[in-house]
Ligand binder design. Structure first.
Ligand code: PMP
Length: 447
């Protein structure tokens, strides 16, 4: 019997034994193509020699040193590297242990900003339905993923309100252009700020491209420009969560570069360390830092593993490989080819309602009826069946449910390593088609 506390207590998972490029091998020798890099993590695959070497060197030199006593070369070098490549206005960077803690840190930084400015009443955070920002209680409080919130709702903050997401497939009206919809969706933020009273609102948080909750939903054109305008007008801080979509996943180092805006605070994680170390990060703008400097001149919040040396060394190595090997261009070019492959295989599929994404961040939304966009019944567990069928066929991808409204709907998410080849992308498409059709026939047989 296992003593590991598994996500499903009775699960009989294969034992992952080693990784090589885009593949994971289990202890029986079976090979799995990692089509989603776990949860959009393994951006360089599983055996990159430069990153492994950087980890070995750092752990031999100095595993970690506490940030209240020392600074370290890897943490300074990583911050220099990333801030110099960040959107205009970003001035500082801090690493923490994972994505959820990055979001906690971002929320606390926003709170501290308003305290330093003498406006503690600006305590409200506005977020969006159908979003995810992490599983620690603060991050979960600002998350709009109903299924993940439900069991913990008594413990969550009541300083959070939600507006609808920008989700064209589900929310755009017939006859409305994408631009009109983007504007209408963004204006929901202004309405919410006015309803709460601008003097009570501290920050708005959003995933630049929504990840696992709805499946790779980028905003409609103009949405984030208008969001930035509204935040500026009412002095509300804009926090962008790029934990899934950042660090090259969508084809640019920061997903918000494609929106032409700079956040006041941003979070990253997964592709930051590529899975070689657990690490998350928070970027703060000069505006936020100026308020802290003029006030307490200190960060009010701390964690033991901030600036962890091995984690920072690994992340720096990952980021250098991305740049030196021209992987952002590769994500853009091969990402377009992947899009074409998905469209040509699934564009006419009776149960694929939408194919969406950017770079190497793509999803298929699955529907029972393409005309009405009616979902499958959640109890049919379509997404779980697809996951099992794919894994049986030697591929790990990331299907999820609740796509449409938090309860109903299914999608399959792909986030392959940036080093994936064109023929491996063909394999993803082939195995997905087989797995989807096998899952659908299992459902039909039961019906
Ligand atoms: N924000 C987003 C957008 C995420 O996708 C995730 C992880 N799926 C998190 C936050 C939380 O990150 P972690 O699981 O590393 O705590």
């Amino acid at each position: 019997m296992t003593h590991f506390l598994h996500r499903k207590l009775d699960s009989n998972l294969p034992i992952a034994a080693r990784g090589e490029g885009c593949y994971i091998f289990d202890t029986t020798g079976k090979r799995y193509l990692d089509a989603s890099g776990g949860a959009a993590v393994a951006c360089l695959g599983h055996s990159h020699p430069a990153v492994i070497e950087a980890v070995i060197q750092q752990i031999k030199t100095l595993p970690s040193a506490h940030t209240s006593f020392f600074t370290t070369e890897p943490s300074e070098a990583l911050a220099d590297y990333l801030v110099s490549r960040a959107p205009e206005g970003i001035s500082r960077f801090l690493t923490v242990s994972d994505g959820s803690v990055a979001v906690e840190t971002a929320l606390k930084l926003a709170r501290q900003y308003w305290i330093e400015r003498g406006k503690p009443e600006r305590k409200m955070i506005i977020s969006r339905r159908q979003s995810y920002h992490g599983n620690t209680l603060g991050a979960l409080s600002v998350g709009g993923n109903e299924r993940r919130r439900a069991p913990y709702s008594p413990l969550l903050s009541d300083c959070v309100t939600f507006i609808d997401p920008c989700f064209e497939y589900r929310f755009k009206h017939d006859g409305e252009s994408s631009e009109e919809y983007g504007l209408r969706a963004a204006n929901l933020l202004e309405m919410e700020i006015l309803a709460l009273g601008p003097d009570n609102v501290g920050a708005f948080i959003a995933e630049t491209v929504v990840g696992a909750t709805t499946g790779c939903v980028a905003a409609a054109p103009g949405y984030f420009k208008r969001i930035r305008e509204i935040c500026d007008k009412y002095e509300v801080l804009l926090i962008l969560d790029e934990i899934m979509s950042g660090m090259g996943r969508t084809g640019t180092l920061f997903a918000c570069e494609q929106e032409g805006i700079t956040p006041d605070i941003a979070t990253v994680a997964k592709g930051l360390g590529g899975g070689y170390q657990p690490i998350g990060g928070v970027f703060a703008s000069k505006k936020v830092m100026d308020a802290l400097e003029a006030g307490s001149n200190a960060l009010a919040n701390g964690h033991t593993y901030m600036g962890h040396s091995v984690a920072c060394a690994a992340a720096l190595a990952v980021q250098k490989v991305i740049e030196q090997d021209g992987l952002l261009d590769r994500v853009q070019t091969l990402g377009k080819q992947f899009e074409q492959k998905l469209i040509s295989r699934f564009g006419d599929h009776p149960h694929v309602g939408d194919i969406r994404g950017r770079g190497f961040f793509w999803a298929l939304e699955l529907v029972a009826d393409r005309n009405t966009k009616e979902t499958f019944e959640p109890k049919q567990k379509l997404n779980e069946l697809i996951k099992t069928e794919a894994q049986d066929r030697g591929m790990a991808c990331y299907p999820s449910g609740g796509t449409a409204d938090g309860v109903r709907g299914d999608h399959i998410l792909f986030a392959p390593p940036y080093i994936i080849t064109e023929s491996q992308l063909d394999d993803i498409v082939d195995i997905t088609a087989e797995s989807l059709n096998a899952a659908l026939s299992a459902i039909n047989k039961k019906a």
